[in-house]
Design a binder for this molecule. Structure first.
Ligand SMILES: [Zn+2]
Ligand SMILES: [Zn+2]
Length: 266
């Protein structure tokens, strides 16, 4: 069987991951993968926005590092991508980024639910005790839906991220997710199964199985991502992820090249 591509990987440029694209490619080859994507955290319009992404001036260096990995590992297909934060008001910035290089895809991710608070930041856990958990989830889902409707992204990243440290909603969000997945199917935006959740407090892939089932039912396309922040995490949990995807009804993963899509069976 051909493994689905690992479309969610980082590298040291974002300041909280290790290794170069070359190191990630080497591990992918060792794992038997035929395709990966480099999708490091995109720069922000202001470099002092936060401390966990590459600087704007490093974009050339990033792209060159990915191209170098392509040259050194011709047997591996390596996609050029970014994980881009969706923050309302930054749409023009994201369009500018999109125009600058021949990207294969953009992962749109919601980390910030309000100004200055990225829900998955381990250094800002105290913020959770100042807010209602349900309100955080609702704010998160409003942004998630807006990110899908923006037309800026090919893939939606880790779509139930607020559970990372174990903060689960009290109300049943399944109906809201069903509606969001209908929007994603309509907009032809893919959803990723992200295996990083297995390495976090929530001990569960993003998204939860019940959400994967709902996404499949709604006809949303699927990609796979390890969210690797170290070369050894490339392809982490791949056989479990493929098995889970099959169990909930998926039969294909979505491949991207030059922001155009194809469906590949797995
Ligand atoms: Zn990261
Ligand atoms: Zn992310």
């Amino acid at each position: 069987m051909r493994w689905p591509a690992d479309y969610h990987t980082h590298n040291a440029l974002c300041r909280h991951a290790t290794g170069t694209p070359l190191d990630y490619a080497a591990h992918a080859v060792a794992m038997g993968l035929e395709e990966i994507g480099c999708s490091d955290h995109s720069p922000m319009p202001r470099d002092d926005f936060d401390d966990w992404r590459m600087y704007e001036r490093q974009l050339d260096e990033y792209v060159e590092a990915v191209l170098e990995a392509r040259r050194k590992f011709p047997q591996l297909t390596i996609r050029l991508a970014l994980e881009v934060d969706f923050i309302p008001g930054q749409e023009d910035w994201i369009r500018q980024l999109a125009a600058r290089y021949p990207w294969d895809y953009f992962i749109g991710s919601v980390h910030y639910v309000s100004e200055g608070w990225d829900v998955d930041n381990p250094h800002k856990l105290g913020e959770w005790s100042r807010r209602s958990v349900d309100a955080v989830w609702h704010d998160y889902l409003d942004r998630l839906e807006a990110s899908i409707c923006s037309g800026l992204f090919d893939i939606i990243g880790h779509c139930d991220l607020p559970k990372k440290f174990g903060h689960r909603p009290e109300t049943d969000l399944l109906p809201r997710y069903r509606q969001i997945f209908r929007v994603a199917a309509e907009a032809n935006v893919a959803l990723e199964i992200n295996t990083a959740g297995w390495r976090k407090d929530c001990r569960e892939q993003y998204p939860a199985r019940v959400l994967l089932e709902a996404a499949c039912e709604a006809g949303v396309a699927l990609t796979f991502g390890s969210d690797a922040h170290a070369p050894s995490e490339v392809g982490a949990g791949w056989s479990e992820a493929v098995q889970l995807a099959r169990e909930v009804g998926f039969t294909h993963w979505r491949q991207f090249c030059g922001r155009k899509m194809t469906s590949v069976p797995f």
